[in-house]
Design a protein around this ligand. Structure first.
Ligand SMILES: [Zn+2]
Length: 229
């Protein structure tokens, strides 16, 4: 992940050197190319983590079957999700670059000053280390928890699952703790939000919340509720 940000940074800096100061879009990295690169690199890792999660899920409910890789949800996660993720990731980076450049241009900054300003966005600050870790951890957690849930679903033994947060969870995750949903139904659909009594809101604007993570760095889990026999 860090390599991705370094590569995008290098391309942006190179483009900035050659920039005729007309269109900010000329400075942004090639988004089409980056979308495939990021998605392809990610797909392999996410597939492995998905299977790892499925193994954990199988152990929890004492089944030994492997995850059926032909099921639509499994295929979607391996084949389509990496592209949706790459789109979102690169789109966010491109927006931050645009915003930084616009601000610098308003202040009549030189190319050198614009470069310095660009280095403050999370993707490029500290060589992208912190941000890369955030993304990697959150996406690993998503892949593992997704594999686990898909296994529970496939087994036919699990009726529902319950949200469980860690002791040091944020207020949003603490509010989710104990929430239960059918194994086939998301906790929240994309576009819905979680509203706290104090007025704070967490909008789910990325994907359906089929399970954790609810937000970046989220370390919540869900527990299976097995069917009554
Ligand atoms: Zn959480």
């Amino acid at each position: 992940m860090q390599g991705t940000f370094m590569r995008q940074q290098a391309e942006i800096l190179r483009r900035l050197e050659e920039w005729d100061e007309e269109d900010i879009e000329d400075v942004i990295f090639d988004q089409e190319k980056e979308r495939s690169r990021v998605a392809v690199a990610l797909a392999a890792i996410l597939g492995l983590l998905l299977m790892q999660g499925a193994e954990i899920g199988a152990e929890t409910i004492h089944v030994t079957e492997p995850l059926d890789m032909t099921r639509p949800f499994v295929r979607d996660f391996i084949e389509q999700y990496p592209f949706r993720f790459a789109n979102k990731l690169n789109g966010t980076t491109a927006n931050r670059v645009r915003e930084a450049l616009r601000e610098g241009i308003t202040k009549n900054e030189s190319v050198e000053e614009l470069k310095t300003r660009l280095m403050t966005i999370p993707e490029f600050a500290d060589r992208g280390e912190t941000y890369a870790e955030l993304v990697a951890r959150t996406e690993s957690w998503r892949a593992e928890r997704t594999g686990e849930r898909l296994m529970w679903q496939q087994s036919g033994k699990v009726a529902a699952h319950i949200w469980k947060c860690m002791e040091d969870a944020c207020d949003f995750c603490a509010a989710l703790d104990g929430m239960i949903t059918s194994i086939d139904t998301p906790f929240f659909e994309v576009g819905e939000s979680l509203d706290l009594p104090d007025g704070r809101t967490l909008l789910f604007d990325y994907e359906d919340i089929d399970g954790p993570p609810a937000h970046p760095w989220c370390r919540c889990i869900t527990l299976p509720v097995e069917m009554e026999i």
